[in-house]
Ligand binder design. Structure first.
Ligand code: ADP
Ligand code: MG
Length: 223
């Protein structure tokens, strides 16, 4: 059967990577998000954990990334180092036939090594807010060519107190960029960010009961 991702105007390199990953059918959130990002829209996407939000933004971002351009074209902010690495792996896997470079910036790792990495080709930057802001202030991360920013786990980001850093990064960036807010829940504070930093966002909510059932079997043992 033909890969269902072929319904979108995606490059062969991206479709090939999705085949290799075994992604043949977009999840509900992906079906809503992919066309919106491809159309250059700001989005607020809410769906539960495990529904495929990473690929929902990673597919269109990897698709528009231009290998020839040397500085970051997309920025993905994550609340933790672990999530940053997971998302980097997915971006890398989806962008691998385009040979996209996806550096990860997080605190507690030598600044100098990250600076050396950033001097090389950089297509998509993934990072935690504090360290990304550090690099911006030092002038070692050029965000002037970024077209799309993703704030992943937006609620968690706010709960963990990273909001100041996130808004300072956004304030340092070109105004003509799109912003995607992704979260399992959308709080008032997330909507506040949306009002200030988004323009006419597409709001996408996938309710848990409309989704495919999660792949979890529960057993009970009476003792
Ligand atoms: P979320 O960010 O919504 O919590 P993830 O992006 O981490 O969810 O995705 C959960 C899992 O689903 C990952 O292991 C990912 O590889 C897998 N996945 C994502 N999209 C697809 C797809 N279209 N087909 C099959 N598996 C997918
Ligand atoms: Mg996620």
């Amino acid at each position: 059967m033909e890969n269902q991702f072929r319904q979108y105007p995606l490059e062969e390199d991206i479709l090939g990577a999705l085949d290799a990953l075994g992604y043949t059918q977009p999840t509900e959130i992906q079906a809503a998000v992919i066309p919106s990002i491809l159309n250059g829209r700001d989005i607020i996407a809410k769906s539960k954990t495990g529904s495929g939000k990473t690929a929902a933004f990673a597919i269109p971002i990897c698709n528009f990334a231009d290998w020839e351009q040397n500085t970051a074209q997309a920025l993905v902010l994550e609340p933790t180092r672990e999530l940053a690495f997971q998302v980097k792996d997915e971006l890398y896997a989806i962008g691998r036939f385009k040979r996209l470079k996806v550096p990860v910036l997080y605190g507690g790792f030598p600044m100098e090594k990250q600076i050396l990495t950033l001097k090389q080709k950089t297509h998509i930057v993934v990072g935690t807010p504090g360290r990304v802001l550090d690099h911006c202030k030092r002038g070692t991360l050029d965000l002037s060519k970024v077209r799309y920013v993703v704030i992943d786990e937006a609620d968690l980001m706010l709960d963990m107190g990273f909001i100041k850093d996130v808004t300072r990064i956004l304030d340092l960036m070109p105004k003509r960029r799109n912003l995607g807010l992704f979260s399992a829940t959308i709080s008032r504070e997330v909507m506040d960010i949306s009002w200030v930093y988004q323009r006419d966002p597409v709001e996408i909510t996938v309710r848990a009961d409309e989704e495919n059932k999660p792949d979890i079997t529960q057993y009970r043992l009476d003792v």
